[in-house]
Design a binder for this molecule. Structure first.
Ligand code: AHR
Length: 489
């Protein structure tokens, strides 16, 4: 047992935690949309307008604030007009990035916006700058948001939707340094300026335009984009960083079979997110001293080798307690940088990479990662407050404890992960600021290689847990490899 002291000062409020930090991402990739979320209206699986009811309920339960769509790499080859109107008439296409399968476009704009309404989340569109046209993107905005008489608004009405939807978040391209066109940052900036000029605010709708930011530690990309796009109606730039345990994209490692050493290496790679955010933020602040432009980590999560016997282009992987620790560390990092990080989107929502949910026919499983989002949800919309842990090392390479604290409506939420798989921790936490009368805890506490599958879907699930209130704050024992939420009123 390691003793760790912690300090929280609820009077020292640091920044607002945008609910969007708890955002998600769904791409036309493998079984994320089709057979994951969308089964079609004629399916025997209970659905609302073709989307599985159990998936919608699960998304609502964690208060999903925003959903990014249609990609990913798919976005820069997506032509939205192929995905509207009578389904049997929709054009079929090849999904060239993901397995070369046929995309029948039966899930398109209307289906996506209806789904977001059902979940009660903000839609976040990734526009096609790589292989699309300015006209296409500009007409997409008109189709979605224009209330008056126009060719696109009339087309929307013809497709059964009288009133426009609201669209706030608009990404102008995706990974334009890679699958979105292999562009140099200078060239991308010129393209961004041109495309964004024709993305108009219609009928009271206000777009929040997002530029393609860097891949991982490409600091030059950030610098060029920040020095060229400041005045060009850019509200935020994106950052993509995946945790690849081995660091080798050709042999990333298994999702379920890994050594203790590989576990610690995975967490160490995940914690690199903190350095990335700090260093990109520094560059951003030099070019934007008033801090008007935010950072959006719109793709993050673990990327392993696919499960044996599955299509390599479908990126299907299991999800263990290791992923739960990864999720907790990342969410704590995003909270602690919420002065700069305005949104983050886990890749991806269903059946792809570090998913929230796995499906097989009518069966659905919530992953350990899902449960972490559930434990952390009361941070959404809170005020981050100062927290510090007198940490010790785990596995010879990572800090044992990851934590963040926030206050909302007088309720203090503290989330803590014990990242060690060797030692339990005894945390003694002093709280300065408010006095609280009541304490509640929930914990995710399993062996590091435990996961949920279709025969045992609740092996990893949160349980009620207890902590002791003290004169100064609280004390709690955290088993090795666990994630806890402490709520005080
Ligand atoms: O999430 C899978 C892929 O990873 C996305 O399509 C792409 O943007 C990134 O490289």
């Amino acid at each position: 047992m390691k003793n760790i002291s912690m300090l929280i000062n609820t009077a020292d409020k640091r920044s607002h935690i945008n609910p969007e930090i708890y955002g998600h991402f769904s791409e036309h990739l493998g079984r994320c949309i089709y057979n994951g979320m969308y089964v079609g209206e004629n399916s025997e699986i209970p659905n609302i307008k073709g989307v599985r009811k159990d998936v919608i309920e699960a998304f609502k339960e964690i208060k999903m604030p925003v959903l990014r769509w249609p990609g990913g790499c798919f976005a820069d080859e997506y032509h939205w007009k192929d995905g509207i109107g009578e389904k049997t008439q929709r054009k079929k296409m090849i999904n060239t990035n993901w397995g070369g399968v046929t995309e029948d476009n039966s899930f398109g704009t209307n289906e996506f916006f209806d789904l977001c309404e059902e979940i009660g989340c903000e839609p976040y569109l990734a526009g096609n700058l790589g292989s699309g046209t300015v006209q296409e993107l500009s007409e997409w905005i008109e189709y979605i948001t224009f209330d008056g008489v126009s060719p696109m608004a009339d087309l929307r009405r013809k497709n059964g939707r009288e009133k426009p939807w609201k669209l706030k978040y608009l990404g102008i391209g995706n990974e334009n340094w890679g699958c979105g066109g292999s562009m140099r940052p200078e060239y991308y900036c010129d393209e961004y300026r041109r495309y964004q000029s024709f993305c108009k605010n219609f009928s009271g709708n206000e777009l929040y335009k997002i530029a393609c930011g860097p891949n991982s530690n490409d600091y030059n990309w950030t610098d060029v984009v920040m020095s060229n796009l400041g005045e060009w109606h850019t509200k935020a730039i994106s950052l993509h960083y995946y945790t690849v345990p081995t660091g080798d994209w050709n042999k990333k490692g298994s999702a379920t079979e890994f050594s203790d050493e590989e576990y610690y290496e995975t967490i160490s790679k995940t914690l690199y997110m903190d350095e990335l955010i700090k260093r990109h933020s520094e560059i951003m602040s030099r070019r934007d001293p008033e801090g008007k432009i935010g950072l959006i980590v719109d793709e993050w999560g673990c990327w392993y080798d696919v499960e044996e016997g599955t299509n390599p282009g479908f990126l299907y992987q299991q999800n263990t307690m290791r992923d739960a620790i990864v999720a907790a560390c990342n969410l704590n990092i995003f909270n602690n940088h919420s002065d700069k990080v305005v949104m983050a989107n886990l890749a991806q929502a269903v059946n792809v990479l570090q998913s929230l949910i796995l499906t097989e026919g009518e069966k659905m499983v919530k992953t350990p990662t899902y449960h972490v989002f559930d434990l952390f949800k009361t941070h959404q919309g809170g005020e981050l407050c100062y927290s510090y842990a007198n940490n010790c090392q785990a596995g010879g390479k990572i800090p044992m404890i990851s934590q963040s604290a926030s206050v909302k409506d007088g309720v203090l939420t503290v989330t803590i992960a014990n990242c060690s798989i060797d030692d339990d921790a005894h945390i003694c936490c002093d709280i300065a600021g408010e006095n609280y009368q009541n304490i509640e805890c929930r914990i995710l506490d399993n062996e590091v290689r435990d996961y949920n599958d279709f025969d045992n879907c609740d092996k990893v699930a949160p349980k009620e847990y207890s902590a002791k209130m003290t004169e100064k704050g609280f004390e709690i024992d955290l088993p090795k490899c666990s994630v806890v939420v402490v709520t005080m009123r």
